[in-house]
Ligand binder design. Structure first.
Ligand SMILES: [Zn+2]
Ligand SMILES: [Zn+2]
Length: 368
C-alpha cells in the first residue's frame, strides 16, 4: 500500500504554518482518540491506532523544518520509511498536546469511580413542570471506616511492590510502549497489609442508596442530567464518578410539544366554527381556559392561549398553548336538521360554495 501524502493526511495546504499544522494535528488526532469511540472492538482499535500513527508521523515530519524541507523535495523516500515511534513522539510533543495523549498512551492516573447510567421515566406533565425523583443506586462507595485506603484503623498502606509506589508500569500494548496504570495497585501506588474489616481492604463498600434527582421544569425526552460525584465512589485520593440520568418522557393523549409550546387539537362543531363561539380548552396544569373561536373559522386555524405552554428550561418565558381547530361535521341528521341544511345550501347557491368553485377552476387550469 502506498503511503499517503503528509499534507493530505493532516488536511492542510503546502504553505501551512506551524500554528496551522498544530491545529490540524490536534483536530485529526482527536478524531481517532479512543474516548471518541467507546465500545470499539479489537480490529476497530487497531484501525484507529493506524490512523493516529499516520497523523503522528505526518506531524512529526512537517513540524520539523529540516525534515519538512527534505520531504518537500524528495517525498517519503527522504525519511527512509522510518515509521513512527509513539514513545519518542510523546516525549517530544507531550507537553504541547498533553491532554490529547491521555487515553492513547494509557494515561497513568488512577481512574477513580466510574460514571454510572440510569434512566428515569417521566409523565408528560412531570417533564413540563419538573419533578423530584428518588433513584435507588446500587454502587460501590468509598468506605467510611478507612476513608477509602483499605487499611485497618491505626495502620497505613505500604508502597506497592510491583510499581514501587509510582502507580504506573511500562507495558507493550500493540504498537505502543506506554506507561499504564499499575495492575497490582490500580495506580494508587500502595498495598494494604492489614485490611480494613469493613471493606476487606477494598477501600470501597457496595450498597444501594437513594439519590434525589431534581428534574427541572421544561426538560424533553432524551435529555440527560449529570449528578456530579453520585456515581461509583473512588478510593482514597480518587474522584467519585458521576451519575448520568437519561430522561424518558411518556407521550400525552392530548398534548404534544413543539419547543416550549404545547399543541393540542380543539374540536368544535361546524356551526360553532361558522357562527363563532367561546369554548373551553383544558390546561395541562389543570383547569381550563376560555378560547374565543371567531365566526368563520376554518379547520386547522390555530388559536393561542399565551403563557400556558412549557416553562423555559433556561429561565426564559413560558411557551404558549396552541389549539388547532378541528371542525366536526355531524354524521347523522334528523329530518328537521336535514331540512334546515338543505335550505341553507339553497340559500348559499350550492352545490358550488366559493372555496369549491376556486378549487375546481384551479384543477381545470392545471390539466389544460
Ligand atoms: Zn475500609
Ligand atoms: Zn503498583
Amino acid at each position: 500500500m502506498s503511503k499517503r501524502d503528509h499534507y493530505e493526511v493532516l488536511g492542510v495546504g503546502r504553505d501551512a504554518g506551524p500554528e496551522d499544522l498544530k491545529k490540524a494535528f490536534r483536530r485529526k488526532a482527536s478524531e481517532f482518540h479512543p474516548d471518541r469511540h467507546p465500545g470499539l472492538d479489537e480490529a476497530g482499535r487497531r484501525e484507529m491506532e493506524e490512523r493516529f500513527k499516520e497523523v503522528g508521523e505526518a506531524y512529526s515530519v512537517l513540524s520539523d523544518p529540516e525534515k519538512r524541507a527534505r520531504y518537500d523535495r524528495f517525498g517519503h523516500e527522504a525519511s527512509g520509511g522510518g515509521g513512527f515511534d509513539p514513545g519518542a513522539f510523546q516525549s517530544q510533543f507531550g507537553d504541547v498536546f498533553g491532554d490529547l495523549f491521555e487515553g492513547f498512551f494509557g494515561g497513568g492516573r488512577p481512574r477513580g469511580g466510574a460514571d454510572l447510567q440510569a434512566a428515569v421515566e417521566l409523565e408528560f406533565a412531570e417533564a413540563v413542570f419538573g419533578k423530584e425523583v428518588l433513584l435507588q443506586v446500587p454502587a460501590p462507595r468509598r468506605c467510611a471506616e478507612c476513608g477509602g485506603t483499605g487499611a485497618k484503623a491505626g495502620t497505613r498502606p505500604a508502597p506497592c511492590r510491583r510499581c514501587g509506589g509510582a502507580g504506573r508500569v511500562r507495558v507493550n500494548q500493540g504498537f505502543f510502549s506506554v506507561a499504564a496504570v499499575c495492575p497490582s495497585c490500580g495506580g494508587r501506588g500502595t498495598r494494604v497489609e492489614h485490611a480494613c474489616p469493613a471493606c476487606r481492604g477494598e477501600g470501597r463498600v457496595r450498597h444501594t442508596r437513594s439519590v434525589k434527582v431534581s428534574v427541572p421544569a421544561g426538560v424533553e425526552d432524551g435529555m440527560q442530567v449529570r449528578l456530579r460525584g453520585e456515581g461509583e465512589g473512588g478510593r482514597a485520593g480518587e474522584e467519585d464518578g458521576d451519575l448520568l440520568v437519561l430522561l424518558r418522557v411518556r407521550p400525552h393523549d392530548v398534548y404534544e410539544r413543539d419547543g416550549n409550546d404545547l399543541v393540542c387539537e380543539l374540536p368544535v362543531s361546524f356551526t360553532q366554527a361558522a357562527l363563532g363561539a367561546e369554548v373551553e380548552v383544558p390546561l395541562l396544569e389543570g383547569g381550563t381556559a376560555r378560547i374565543k373561536v371567531p365566526a368563520g373559522s376554518q379547520p386547522g386555524r390555530v388559536l393561542k392561549v399565551r403563557g400556558k405552554g412549557v416553562p423555559d428550561l433556561r429561565g426564559g418565558e413560558r411557551g404558549d398553548l396552541r389549539a388547532h381547530l378541528v371542525v366536526e361535521v355531524p354524521e347523522r341528521l334528523n329530518p328537521r336538521q336535514r331540512e334546515l341544511l338543505e335550505e341553507f345550501a339553497r340559500e348559499t347557491g350550492e352545490p358550488a360554495p366559493p372555496r369549491r368553485k376556486g378549487f375546481v377552476e384551479k384543477a381545470r387550469r392545471f390539466f389544460e
